[in-house]
Design a protein around this ligand. Structure first.
Ligand code: CO
Ligand code: ZN
Length: 333
């Protein structure tokens, strides 16, 4: 499991450029799926049909996004320095000093124009990427080339650190849930979505195609457990989060209750999530077609959108357990 997470997080995949990530996932799910479909936006839709004798199967769509935040080159100056803009929530404070890899494999480091006040905020339009070029002609990156953070996966005891744990950890939870389900009472669609980080753009077409009864996103949620962090009731290692509210959606109460009751019955620890910032794919599933009952399971994650995001192994294992228990049995609402 950790080896697969290492491979997933070390794979390049900013929004719109999810091909390499999809290849890694396809290799894992090929032998487990009844049907596989890739749509025009690049969403990977993996179906596991209900057991033959199951009565009243519900169509359940599970979504985790393949893409990660990144950068895109917007100008190259005469000395070969690259100006760039954000792809999704790429914050200045996490970007300065980072290493970036472009789609052609070129590595660059992020520098800053000039510091007048060391405590001031760090806008990325005052940053540039230095790929070691000496002139514009010599620069191996073109305007429009996408890049993403370059950072290796590290284990720190029970804690795992990597770039793009948002949302490759959700991708891993979906893959491992599919692997653990021998047979299900429901019609399951495991969807690996594109372009979440630029405003949940990919998932909508997949939701339209599937037309599910129930939609559930699996994504990360920031924690409130670091020194002087925002007062928020999410901690690393205390179990998967049952989303109740974020800035993009109010979870369906039936979904919230289903998640909590399943966790309590199976004695899986869980946390109640009221997120103060951000949203997920579930938001777009909820308002697709004529509307879908939707909610989300979140993996607690520190330093979200940095090159060193951190999760806990037990949260990962408990997320797989909870999701497996939820979707295997008949759903009575
Ligand atoms: Co994100
Ligand atoms: Zn995410």
């Amino acid at each position: 499991m950790k080896q697969l997470l290492k491979t997933l997080t070390e794979t390049f995949g900013p929004s719109g450029y999810e091909d390499e990530v999809r290849k890694v996932i396809l290799k894992e799910v090929k032998s487990l799926a009844d049907e596989i479909h890739v749509d025009a936006l690049g969403n990977l839709i993996v179906r596991k049909k209900p057991a033959k004798n199951s009565k009243n199967p519900k169509k359940i769509m599970l979504a985790a996004h393949m893409d990660e935040i990144g950068v895109v080159a917007s100008h190259i100056d005469r000395n070969g320095f690259i100006r760039f803009t954000n792809v999704g929530g790429t914050f200045g404070k996490y970007t300065l000093g980072a290493r970036v890899r472009f789609m052609n494999g070129v590595i660059g480091v992020v520098g800053y124009d000039r510091f007048e006040n060391m405590d001031s905020t760090l806008p990325i339009n005052k940053m540039y990427i230095d790929v070691g070029a000496k002139s514009k002609a010599d620069c191996p990156v073109k305007v429009g080339d996408f890049g993403a953070f370059e950072r290796s996966f590290v284990e720190m005891g029970n804690r795992l650190v990597a770039k793009s744990l948002d949302d490759r950890s959700g991708v891993l939870v979906l893959i491992e849930t599919l692997r653990s389900i021998k047979s299900s009472a429901n019609d399951l669609y495991f969807v690996f979505t594109t372009q979440e980080e630029v405003g949940v753009r990919g998932v909508g077409s997949a939701a339209y195609y599937i037309n599910p009864d129930i939609g559930l996103a699996v994504d990360v949620a920031p924690t409130g457990d670091t020194p002087a962090s925002l007062k928020m009731a999410i901690e690393l290692g205390k179990g998967p989060c049952v989303k109740i509210r974020d800035l993009g959606m109010l979870s369906d109460l039936r979904i919230v209750n289903w998640m909590i009751q399943t966790a309590e019955k199976a004695k899986i620890p869980y946390q109640r999530e009221v997120l103060l910032v951000g949203s997920t794919d579930a938001r777009q599933i909820q308002i697709s077609r004529a509307g879908v009952m939707a909610g989300a399971l979140s993996i607690p994650c520190r330093y979200v959108h940095s090159a060193s995001e951190m999760i806990d192994v037990d949260d990962l294992k408990n997320s797989i357990k909870l999701l497996t228990a939820m979707v295997s049995k008949n759903i009575l609402f």
